[in-house]
Write a protein that binds this ligand. Structure first.
Ligand code: KIV
Ligand code: ZN
Length: 514
């Protein structure tokens, strides 16, 4: 069947961008939702880069890659043979495993990064693909920095790796340098120049440094690419990767032009986007195509008038096509545990046992404070249950005095295992006072680098969600907290960051050569 294979790299290229790191439980939650979205390939991690990445990739392979109708689970590896061994160790549990190996082919990378000759790199690429094929029939190869590589040399490498069994050839615009017209030509010329190209699927992987990632991906499809690598919300290194939702909806909405579609269940797009924002604490801008808050909002009177008369006047897609319902009231204070579990499952959270008990208690507490409980509220309250950050510190008590004309002060009690610690602090506002009180207990002076507060839904009784970044003595960690009381949400986010700081830092090796 002629369709575009959607290769999702949210958990690998997306996750490796600063501020987007996810632990194993969070990656698993995302991977389950990506499977519901029906992507064809999930690139789950870069197993050699850290023990945490290895474990996350292996768990995605075991727990998502074995489901009925599971997607291909892919791991990234440099061309070093030990990288490939490690990658295979992680992905081998999946029903459909893939090894994705890469090496740079541009002279800039060869000279300054790899310090290798063209012949040495070609040989390393061929050896790597042969080695990977010894493990697995599904091997992808990428010539990194393809958009700045010498065309003939890169094609020689591609021909050689296809010759030893690479089944997907992925052409990355690693630095987001390409412009659609020349990118389209390059992809078209690869198909003419590489003699055995029909033995492999041609793929593209575009970064967004010049804002062209989606356009470059789409013109590549027009010129014969049949796999597109992309991420949810377009997250990724620097300016990000091509956005999955934009590619999928462009192909679907303009099928008249492209004549080809994907297998993605578009009704899962909005939920997937929101789940990622909840997990990472990074929200998309309101005007983001497809999934932004305003993407379907018609403000101008003339537009509203047109839409009321006939939606087609200003709407090229329907909100329901991406699974977007208006903030739906889902539960009330009389809703039971089973109803909560069922709704959470629909939202992508598969909770049971003690996790469900905790979520149910939080839901009941919230339903007592807040008349209406929406999907977004539910996602916020369960998020903490999913992350499984060991709770070195737990917030037990917070008392804040603040107002006009007084110095804000706070008293905080934290539990650390069986011990309880209490201290107080003052500050230039109640949040500052509460965080200073926490610092007084831990003896660590955190420097707040970023602080964002957002109401999860409308209404004065909305939950406030705080996402922050703190520098604890050179280690920058993010934290999240939510409550109907925004000072408490801030203290919870800060304690969450403290608990993350207590975890060992992952070692990332992306920059090293083969
Ligand atoms: O951007 C890039 O070149 C990559 C490769 C590893 C495919 O992410
Ligand atoms: Zn990339």
């Amino acid at each position: 069947m002629d369709r575009v294979i959607i290769f999702d790299t949210t958990l690998r290229d997306g996750e490796q961008a600063p501020g987007f790191s996810m632990n194993t439980a969070e990656k698993l939650e995302m991977a389950r939702q990506l499977a519901r979205l029906n992507v064809d390939v999930i690139e789950a991690g870069f197993p050699i880069s850290s023990d945490e990445d290895f474990e996350a990739t292996r768990e995605v392979a075991k727990q998502v890659g074995t489901l009925e109708g599971a997607p291909i689970i892919c791991g990234l590896s440099r061309v070093a043979l030990r990288d490939i061994d490690r990658c295979w160790e992680a992905v081998k549990y999946a029903k459909h495993p893939r090894i994705h190996t890469f090496v740079a082919t541009s002279d800039i990378h060869l000279k300054y990064k790899l310090r290798k000759t063209r012949d040495e790199v070609l040989k390393a690429a061929v050896d790597a693909v042969k080695h990977a094929r010894g493990y697995c029939g599904d091997v992808e190869f990428s010539p990194e920095d393809a958009s700045r590589s010498d065309f003939d040399y890169m094609c020689d490498v591609l021909e050689a790796v296809i010759g030893v069994g690479a089944s997907t050839i992925n052409i990355p615009d690693t630095v987001g340098y390409a412009i659609p017209k020349e990118w389209a030509e390059r992809i078209g010329r690869i198909r003419e120049r590489v003699k055995n190209i029909d033995k492999a699927v041609l793929s593209v992987h575009c970064h967004n440094d010049l804002g062209q990632a989606v356009a470059n991906s789409l013109v590549a499809v027009m010129h014969g690419a049949r796999q597109v690598e992309c991420t949810i919300n377009g997250i990724g290194e620097r300016a990000g990767n091509a956005s999955l939702e934009e590619i999928v909806m462009a192909l679907r909405t303009r099928r008249d032009l492209f004549g080809i579609d994907t297998g993605v269940r578009s009704e899962e797009i909005f939920r997937t986007s929101r789940l990622l924002s909840h997990i990472t604490g990074v929200h998309v801008q309101p005007n983001k195509a497809i999934v932004g808050e305003n993407a379907f909002a018609h403000e101008a009177g003339i537009h509203q008038d047109g839409v009321l008369k006939e939606k087609l006047t200003y709407e090229i897609m329907r909100p329901q096509d991406i699974g977007r319902s208006s903030n739906k009231l889902v539960m009330g204070k009389h809703s039971g545990r089973h109803a909560l579990a069922a709704r959470l499952k629909e939202l992508g959270f598969d909770l049971s046992g003690p996790d469900l008990d905790k979520a149910f208690k939080k839901f009941k507490d919230l339903a007592d404070k807040k008349k209406e409980v929406y999907d977004e509220d539910l996602m916020t309250i369960v998020q903490g249950e999913m992350t499984q950050i060991p709770e070195t510190y737990a917030l037990e008590y917070l008392h804040v005095i603040s107002g006009t004309g007084i110095i804000p002060s706070a008293t905080v009690r934290l539990r650390k295992e069986a011990e309880v610690f209490q201290d107080s602090g003052v500050g230039d506002g109640p949040v500052d006072a509460a965080l200073n009180a926490i610092d007084a207990i831990t003896g660590l002076k955190g420097r707040l680098q970023d602080y964002q507060l957002r109401a999860i839904t409308g209404g004065k009784d909305a939950i406030g969600e705080v996402s922050l970044k703190v520098d604890f003595d050179g280690m920058v960690v993010s934290g999240k907290g939510a409550s109907t009381d925004v000072i408490e949400a801030s203290a919870r986010a800060y304690v969450n960051a403290l608990n993350r700081a207590a975890r060992p830092a992952p070692l990332k090796v992306k920059e090293a050569g083969p």
